[in-house]
Design a protein around this ligand. Sequence first.
Ligand code: AMP
Length: 176
Amino acid sequence: MSATAIAEIKAAIRDIPNFPKPPVVFKDITPVLQQPKLFRAAVDVFVDRHSAQKPNAIVGIDARGFIFAGAVAYQLGVAFVPVRKKGKLPYKTIEESYDLEYGRETLSMHIDAVKPGERVVIVDDVLATGGTAATAAKLVEQLGGKVAECDFLIELKFLAGAAKLAKYQVFSAVSY
Ligand code: AMP
């Protein structure tokens, strides 16, 4: 992926101060999605990393992770697995809870979404404190899967989320 494409993606990401509440500065990716060239570049940055050694599945995290993960899975020709917030998946699930800055969140995955020994790549839009991706990785491992890499469009380095993912390979296209 060219440095220009990455710079253009970074320039398109919009900061929304105090959303959904203070003091969060929300990284709004919708301007990237609105520009087909940038949306394609954002998907390709992940596809290029895994086209030589394809994983069995791309695991997308609810909800903005789905936008990229589905496209990456389609382009690689591999399975797509959704990790969703509790109560959204229709079949039997496994669940894992984790602490947020204010409160707790529970993520779930279908019990047959990953088979023992399968290699998966986890994809989300933003790596912030790392709790979400670390919990998705735990769900994959509960089913006997192996996390080959965790990929993010954006990493907020000042929140040190990569520390929670220290045992995994982590990649982010753009960082702050
Ligand atoms: P965390 O578990 O703290 O790493 O948070 C990551 C999850 O929350 C991802 O699914 C993101 O979509 C979302 N998120 C956290 N912080 C932000 C932010 N500043 N801007 C946009 N999304 C965020």
